[in-house]
Design a protein around this ligand. Structure first.
Ligand SMILES: C[S@@+](CC[C@H](N)C(=O)[O-])C[C@H]1O[C@@H](n2cnc3c(N)ncnc32)[C@H](O)[C@@H]1O
Length: 476
């Protein structure tokens, strides 16, 4: 097998991270955008000792799971890599990712993994989109056109507002539509692009660290509120007053407009300083019976309706009794704590980001919930060394944990084993690290893994959220 060679393969399955796997005499070929069941002619783009990578040249026989992507940018944009796969197929393969991780990494071959809970809305489900200003990525067709005219592409108009090209953080796909947020959001992107171009505003460069425009972040709540947040490298009051007036003249139902200013060199759309241009500077959203105040830099689950379903699974698995104390580890802005608070005697949330802890406390107050307290700190320090928990903190009956993708630190797992709650509900956005942690929790017989429930928070992506229930092994 050689790079550049064209061969015909049948895609067998999705592997880790949703990569499509085919085999040629046992040798693995990863086929970009292949669907299990496809027979495709592919061109090998990379051949290494253990595997090859390939791009589809033509689909010889399509898989019955193939469907037509709705988005014009499918295949170029890094956003929705599974739009060519039926939604039933997506849910089935997400479940399979969990099954595979539990079996291969966790060593749990016989745990019931329920069918994925699908998202009610498979388009327009995101409440937040972060667009970037940058140098426009020229598509294959555009490049061909430019070179046919005798150019190199360098002279083409390169102002872009859109989404980053996968693995090319220096290039932005200029998008005029995106089906992940509302059609109004796409219209705002187009209006902002036109405004910035008309005023000849410059784009911030992460190479030279010069220029003005960095990101446009749009948040829309299930309660009908909208925030437009322009992230820039400096404050320019005159142009921003015009910007605000332009947005309000076209999108009068925008409830707040803010300008976040940052001189950070990294590409994070967070401001060090914020100027409120219109409205209160925050919007409110609702998960279940609770309402939340969300500022430009607050973390909030991006699929609001599906977050409620996820939290309902957590609540069901936790099966909290009135007298029980719950620890919500990695509590963020306290949304899980508040969702289960009515069931418990007390909920203690622990979280390492100060602003998230402040948000959580404020959220508890505004929802008139008095049995939750939120502790600031790194869980490794808070729990692992016998714990620097608040004075008189009671022992946990139930622990809910929702760590970041990397999973839990081994010391936190050790601490959980010593704390020995009667139930642990483990929420994760990474089945591989979750399976690793579950194995560590169950080794030695302290806990038993009972079941797992995948939930799809991000249709058309390969990401899956999984909730696992562990019970104390000592009671068995
Ligand atoms: C996946 S989010 C979960 C947030 C929340 N449970 C929710 O549903 O919105 C993970 C959270 O863990 C926090 N975190 C990460 N590492 C931590 C650590 N070592 N100690 C405490 N919190 C941590 C992050 O700041 C983040 O808020």
């Amino acid at each position: 097998m050689k790079r550049g060679e064209t061969i015909t393969v049948t895609v067998e399955r999705f592997g880790a991270e949703g990569k499509s796997v085919a085999r040629v005499e046992g040798f693995v070929v990863f086929v970009r955008s292949g669907v299990p069941g496809d027979t495709v002619a592919v061109r090998l783009t990379r051949v290494s000792k253990n595997f090859a990578e390939a791009d589809i040249v033509s689909v010889v026989t399509p898989s019955p799971l193939r469907t037509t992507p709705q988005c014009a940018y499918f295949g170029v944009c890094g956003g929705c890599t599974w739009q060519h796969l039926s939604y039933e197929g997506q849910c089935a393969f997400k479940r399979q990712q969990v099954v595979d991780a539990l079996e291969r990494i966790g060593g749990f071959p016989e745990i019931p993994v329920h069918p994925t809970i699908g998202s009610g809305h498979v388009y327009h489900y995101r409440n937040k989109m972060e667009f970037s200003f940058g140098v426009r990525w020229l598509t294959k067709e555009e490049l061909e056109h430019v070179t046919a005219e005798g150019g190199t592409g360098a002279e083409a108009d390169r102002f872009a507002l859109g989404l980053h090209i996968p693995q090319r953080f220096d290039r932005v796909l200029d998008i005029t539509e995106c089906h992940l947020q509302s059609p109004t959001s796409a219209a705002i992107v187009n209006a902002v692009r036109a405004f910035c171009r008309e005023h000849e505003l410059s784009i911030y460069s992460t190479v030279t660290h010069t220029g003005y425009l960095r990101n446009l972040v749009i948040r829309e709540s299930a309660t009908g509120e909208r925030m437009v947040n322009l992230v820039t490298s400096e404050e320019r009051p005159v142009i921003l007053a015009e910007f605000s007036a332009c947005i309000l003249s076209r999108f009068a139902d925008t409830t707040t407009i803010v300008n976040n200013i940052t001189t950070r060199k990294s590409q994070v759309a967070l401001g060090d300083r914020e100027v409120v241009l219109h409205g209160p500077g925050w919007i409110t959203d609702r998960i279940g019976e609770r309402t939340y105040r969300i500022s430009a830099n607050s973390f909030f689950q991006t699929n609001t309706r599906q977050a409620e379903r996820l939290y309902d699974v957590v609540r069901r698995y936790a099966a909290i009794r009135r007298h029980e104390v719950v620890y919500d580890l990695y509590s963020g802005t306290g949304t899980i704590s508040l969702h289960v608070a009515d069931d418990a005697a007390e909920v203690i949330g622990i979280e390492s980001v100060a602003s998230a802890v402040e948000d959580a406390r404020r959220n508890a107050e505004s929802n008139e919930i008095h049995n939750c307290r939120f502790v600031l700190g790194d869980l490794k320090d808070r729990l692992a060394d016998g714990g620097a928990l608040p004075d008189g903190a009671p022992e946990a009956d139930v622990v809910i944990c929702d760590p970041p993708r990397a999973g839990m630190h081994p010391d936190v797992i050790g601490a959980l084993r010593s704390m020995h709650p009667s139930r642990i509900v483990y929420v994760s956005c990474n089945p591989a690290t979750q399976a690793r942690d579950l194995k560590m929790l169950c080794d030695g017989g302290d806990f038993r893994l009972i079941e797992a429930q995948p939930v799809d928070m991000f249709p058309h992506t390969t990401h899956v959220e999984n909730v696992a229930l562990l019970v104390s092994g000592r009671n068995s």
